[in-house]
Design a protein around this ligand. Structure first.
Ligand code: NAI
Length: 512
């Protein structure tokens, strides 16, 4: 089907001019396309146009847009009064409420009104594009175009091809996304598309750590926003989104994946949703809020009594990561033992990758009372993670805390877990990214781009896996899988093959 997404006179219609629709109208108009804005609510489209004009005036005042460009963008927006007005466009983008029956009947109507060469796109965040198109005579011209909120700020747009979508449609939507100055990524119709699928790891693994009593919610947030570099901790994020909004998404994606264990929502989130502890908007969620601000719990002060001597388990495969820790210990004034085994009362410090402490104590035949473990994988920027086991003597635990905090960095003491907090969470993110690649949902580059632009992660899952080492990520997952005997930690075949072959996680399969 000849369709020129670069045509100078391309007309876009946007149906539904609420939060998302008005953003889409704005970026389309700023991208040089003419836009028909339509909303079933009388006056809503005009209000949206006024709103956009105000936003653009603000951008002119800040010097980000010229007055002429702002005026031209606003002039490109016209108001549609009926659905028939929208049928004149080359591309119709729907941003109405998120209900399958309502979207299906709108698409059925548009399908009757519009010439078959008109593209119909949905901004759905969670419904299958294939299902939205199910009642259309021409489902091949129906695709997904999933923008992120706030649209003008969030550069990413996911272009989704349903089971019947023709390639010319997804290709045209990619080109139109670029004209809107977005960064489009392409994926097939799959629950959560790319971004909300990648997000399953962060949103479900962290409450699990909490359920197991490994650390408190605010400790997990602080660990992850420290050395690993997440912008927002998972619990602060859940409170910001609203547990009433986030929890149904968790449930919906889990249902759509036919109860895939890795995506199982956590009962703790369900309880908060049921109890109306939605987060910031109700002043109570995982955190309490005072005057709209998150109340940060106080951390325990670091103990001061250092151990007399300390012995670090010499691990050859990551000696480079352990060396800076040894330097900190040396400078603390505690005596750093260098013998092949620890003296009888030395604090024993392990720097495990993947292993839980209990298994290490058991396998290495160590004295559990004086053995602790420190997470060095992401470097030593605080808060540092100190892991203890049920056998750890509290005196040794506090001495290890004092030692690790001796250069002024903060320390969080956690209970035993394979992969501590950060290794576990990041390994799950890499694994979910690998599963998305394995299922051919999107290309490795688009998975990484989606996670960085849509979720603000410091690295894309595959990129992060390569940075840490696919073999290490595989090992962390294997330890989690072995320890819990839980299929949620099953390593992705994509990860396993590339780790075993020594290839980058972005390497495609042998046959496309
Ligand atoms: P909204 O409630 O702010 O706006 C929806 C607009 O659609 C309203 O102005 C309403 O009057 C209009 N509308 C409803 N039914 C209509 C119909 N049959 N014909 C014409 N207009 C109709 O909703 P929002 O947040 O903009 O969401 C719209 C869509 O975008 C949903 O599918 C949502 O899942 C999706 N989305 C929302 C995101 C968000 O953060 N709010 C992010 C990404 C996607």
């Amino acid at each position: 089907m000849p369709f020129d997404p670069h045509a100078a006179n391309l007309n876009i219609a946007v149906i539904g001019t609420g939060t998302m629709g008005r953003g889409i109208v704005q970026v389309a108009a700023q991208g040089g396309m003419r836009v028909i804005a339509y909303d079933e609510k009388h006056g809503a489209a005009m209000l949206a146009k006024d709103y956009i004009a105000n936003v653009l005036t603000g951008l002119v005042e800040k010097g980000r847009v010229t007055a002429a460009d702002a005026k031209a963008a606003v002039d490109r927006i016209s108001i549609g009064h009926t659905l028939e007005d929208c049928a004149k466009a080359d591309v119709v983008i729907e941003a109405i409420l998120e209900r399958l029956d309502v979207k299906q009947s709108l698409f059925q109507r548009l399908d009757q009104l519009c010439d078959p060469k008109v593209i119909l796109a949905s901004n759905t965040s969670s419904l299958p594009v294939t299902a939205i198109a199910a009642k259309c005579q021409h489902p091949e011209r129906v695709g997904g175009m999933h923008f992120f909120n706030p649209v003008p700020v969030m550069k990413l747009v996911e272009v989704i091809g349903g089971l019947k979508t023709a390639p010319w449609v997804t290709e045209a939507l990619m080109a139109i996304g670029r004209r809107m100055t977005r960064e489009p990524v392409m994926c097939i119709d799959s629950p959560g598309f790319i971004v909300n699928h990648v997000g399953r790891a962060y949103t479900t693994e962290n409450p699990r750590l909490l359920t197991e009593g490994i650390a408190k919610h605010w400790e997990i947030d602080r660990i992850l926003t420290g050395a690993p570099g997440f912008k927002l901790g998972p619990f602060a994020l859940a409170d910001m989104v609203g547990i009433d909004v986030g929890f149904p998404v968790m449930e919906s994606i889990y249902q759509q994946f036919q109860h895939e264990p890795a995506y199982a929502p956590n009962p703790l989130s369900a309880l908060r949703a049921a109890g109306g502890l939605y987060g910031q908007k109700t002043n109570a969620g995982w955190y309490d809020y005072r005057d709209g601000k998150r109340v940060e719990p106080d951390a325990n002060p670091a103990p001061r009594t250092l151990p007399k001597s300390v012995w670090i388990w010499p691990s050859k495969d990551h000696a480079d990561l352990i060396a800076p820790l040894a330097e900190i210990f040396k400078k603390s004034g505690a005596s750093l033992e260098s013998g092949p085994t620890p003296s009888t009362d030395a604090l024993v410090v392990l720097c495990q990758i993947g292993y839980d402490l209990t298994t290490a104590i058991h396998d290495l035949k160590l004295d559990g009372a004086r053995t602790v473990s420190v997470d060095v994988l992401f470097g030593l920027k605080g808060p540092r993670t100190l892991m203890v086991s049920p056998a750890t003597d509290p005196v040794m635990r506090d001495a290890a805390h004092a030692l690790l905090a001796s250069d002024g960095q903060s320390v969080i003491v956690i209970n035993d877990s394979p992969g501590y907090v950060a290794q576990r969470v990041v390994a799950m993110i890499v694994n979910v990214g690998c599963n998305i690649a394995q299922r051919r949902i999107a290309s490795p580059d688009d998975i990484d781009k989606g996670a960085k632009l849509g979720l603000g992660y410091p690295f894309g899952p595959l990129e992060w896996g390569d940075k840490i080492g696919a073999g290490r990520i595989l090992f962390i997952l294997e330890r989690l899988h072995a320890f819990y005997a839980d299929p949620r930690y099953k390593p992705s075949p994509w990860l396993k093959r590339r780790a075993m072959l020594g290839l980058s996680l972005t390497t495609p399969d042998g046959v496309a």
